[in-house]
Design a protein around this ligand. Structure first.
Ligand code: ZN
Length: 389
């Protein structure tokens, strides 16, 4: 009859004030945090949320935080096995979906989601489905999802993420609890990263420019490999002024190796999860998990490349600021010599055209051009742009 003491103590402290929980770290969106905390505390979580806000407002971070709070027996303690798994993105009952084609969600993705919804949770008492960029659900997929949103199984929570309610089917919006996210001022975002990591603001500003949201920036600052990928990318741009074609091709190839380096970790985590679950999952469920793992690797590789491109964009903005002579601290303080060198070699028009080359590379990758080719073309175009006077 005696309940474990630790369990009681945990319940005595207000939720979210306990160490480590992701929900308590959502200090950049205090209203959202308090709202979600109350929902979890009172056991009145909705079965479908729609997080609405501009890119970078932290919707995905909040979705992970809510997933952690919903699956943890203590409402998101941050320390238990379940919380650790959610934080490492290896909890088998949290499913994250993002559009897998340039034009949006694939019909097969939504079909897989709907099949999965019907299955029992693997570890927790419920399952969480995070649907990123929900506006990219095409009409037929959105309608299929709608039926499930109308009558969801009791143990399922959907978290849809979108930039505005206008871009979504009104029938979807009306079935979800809408949670608006505010755009953060850059100073508050930098402050949040500095608070989370204890690192100097200059490094936090750089990380934000590369990674987007405060939580992703904090993660970036913990990954030596991702920071090395940024540095190598910027060194490649620095070397452009004196590079010949062979140099550029070589550096694009080397860059791909560095960008893919963090994937080794993801692969070994995925294998560990597969091994742990091999005994009690059906063959069909295992196959589904394997396919999801493959897609996760592709998505991670893509986000590594997007991060590398964001690094270049940030560096070129520093160059543009320098050429324009408007002053101000460069975002890439550790590359201030590179910024100066490139600024002396180019003009305002050159820097603007170089920035356009980064946008073009992003578009090519979205259209499934191989990343290495997209980076090669981008480096050639940046060199041409910077040197054209
Ligand atoms: Zn927990």
């Amino acid at each position: 009859m005696s309940a474990p003491a630790a369990h009681d103590r945990a319940h005595a402290a207000p939720l979210g004030e306990r160490a480590g929980g992701l929900l308590s770290r959502l200090d950049t969106q205090p209203r959202v945090r308090d709202f979600l905390r109350r929902a979890v505390e009172t056991g009145r979580a909705s079965h479908a949320y729609l997080f609405v806000g501009a890119p970078g407002s932290g919707k995905l971070d909040a979705a992970w935080a809510l997933a952690q709070a919903l699956l943890c027996e203590e409402g998101g303690c941050g320390a238990c096995d379940s919380c650790v798994r959610v934080a490492r993105r290896t909890h088998p009952d949290v499913h994250v979906y993002a559009p897998e084609s340039a034009t949006g969600y694939l019909v097969a993705q939504v079909r897989e989601l709907l099949e999965d919804v019907a299955l029992a949770p693997i570890r927790a008492r419920r399952k969480v489905y995070i649907v990123d960029r929900a506006e990219q659900l095409r009409a037929s997929s959105a309608n299929a999802l709608l039926k499930t949103l109308e009558e969801p199984p009791a143990n399922v929570v959907f978290i849809l993420l979108g930039t505005s309610t206008d871009a979504l089917l009104p029938t979807i919006v009306s079935r979800c609890q809408c949670v608006p996210f505010r755009m953060l001022s850059s100073e508050r975002a930098v402050g949040a990263v500095a608070h989370a990591t204890g690192l100097p603001e200059a490094r936090c500003r750089t990380a934000l420019a590369v990674a987007g949201s405060p939580a992703r920036a904090a993660e970036f600052l913990k990954s030596a490999e991702r920071q090395e990928a940024r540095r190598q990318m910027l060194r490649a741009v620095d070397a452009l002024l004196r590079a010949d074609e062979a140099d550029i091709l070589l550096s694009a190839r080397d860059l791909m190796g560095v960008i893919k380096a963090p994937l080794a970790d993801v692969k070994s985590t995925q294998q560990a999860v597969l091994d742990q679950n091999a005994d009690y999952l059906s063959r069909g469920a295992l196959k589904q998990l394997e396919e999801r793992n493959k897609r996760e690797l592709t998505a991670r590789e893509r986000s590594g490349i997007m991060e590398a491109l964001a690094s270049v964009r940030s560096l070129l903005r520093d160059v543009l600021t320098d050429v324009e002579g408007v002053g101000g601290e460069p975002v890439n303080e550790d590359f201030s010599e590179t910024v100066g060198r490139l600024a002396r070699a180019t003009t305002v028009a050159g820097a603007v055209r170089a920035l356009a080359a980064v946008d073009a590379a992003e578009r090519r990758i979205a259209r499934n051009v191989t990343p290495q080719l997209a980076v090669e073309v981008m480096l050639f175009d940046i060199r041409k742009a910077l040197l054209c006077r």
